[in-house]
Design a protein around this ligand. Sequence first.
Ligand SMILES: Nc1nc2c(ncn2[C@@H]2O[C@H](COP(=O)(O)OP(=O)(O)OP(=O)(O)O)[C@@H](O)[C@H]2O)c(=O)[nH]1
Length: 366
Amino acid sequence: MALFSKLRERLFKSSSRLEEGLDAIVEEGGEETPVEAPQPEEAQPQPETPVAEAAPAAPEAPAPVEPEKPTRSLLSRLTGAAPAKPVVRRELDDEMLEQLEELLIASDMGVDTALRVTANIAEGRFGKRLSTEEIKTLLSDEITRIMESVAKPLPLYPKKPQVVLVVGVNGAGKTTTIGKLASQFTAAGKSVVIAAGDTFRAAAVEQLQVWGDRAGVPVLTAPEGSDPASLAFDAMTQAEEMGADLLMIDTAGRLQNRQDLMEELAKIVRVIRKKDETAPHNTVLVLDATTGQNALSQVETFQKLADVSGLVMTKLDGTAKGGVLVALADKFGLPIHAIGVGEKIDDLDAFDPKDFAQALTGLTDE
Ligand SMILES: Nc1nc2c(ncn2[C@@H]2O[C@H](COP(=O)(O)OP(=O)(O)OP(=O)(O)O)[C@@H](O)[C@H]2O)c(=O)[nH]1
């Protein structure tokens, strides 16, 4: 699956960290078990557990988690394939659970989420023997379950222009994301206008113009230092006159002076509501995945500054902190509209929970 492999490849740092950690945990107290476990009909003595070498025989030896797949053994016999390598399994106990929790916390899933995820994985499996692959599958299923309800593309309304306010700290990837979204909406037949609302930074305006050119959409600007709210008002007027479907407004991200920023955002909202009292229709918070747990406090801060309606997580490529997205979904339940997986114009993917969970855990597609 092309999309899957792209995400998998780009989330490599996150997945390899988890993968290496899981291997180390399972190997630490695990034992090799044969992959081709004897099937009941093969008239082998029925062991209570498929462990190769009986460990210091625990009287209540745990049963295997999943039955071994019979087709594997039959298939390899029919095709004469070399016997598969033995699989290492480790009994799930308190110590292993704690190590799993630590690993998930280290992958930026956050303490609360890591505890919840491991508790759910452990439920009904205590004392059972698990391989790395089995834990990856359980983990991936659990992450998918958490993320399913937040995977929502940016909702589109019949309202013209639909106003999308884009907020986030400087450097999070707002400009890039606006450019990528503009390109996607244009390709989908929508007419888009961008307003460069961070009027205090000439470089930010120039950068937005570069992205507007790339996406082939007009970028409305105002002289440096002018009032962002007045630009937003003019942009509303122009977008209406042009019959644009979408108006995306970039905003400043100076958190150093929170009060100013709060007033600036509030004023933009007040002014555009003079034109359309239902605007802004979306307030999208752009977050940088490489900031890890800091993304959580940014959500809290921006929720106080603006009525955040959804998230875009950028820079998921090349970070070992991809787990923060799970923590965000678990803690805030805000819709995740898209994920940034690179610096190019088409490096913005719809958020697919299963692909993401598999890529994060390094689970290979079967
Ligand atoms: N690798 C990677 N880099 C990204 C992604 N999104 C944005 N960037 C890079 O992050 C840097 C900052 O992106 P901008 O879009 O300028 O961020 P901004 O929030 O608009 O920042 P200001 O203009 O400072 O307000 C740029 O170098 C982008 O190329 C992404 O998904 N992956």
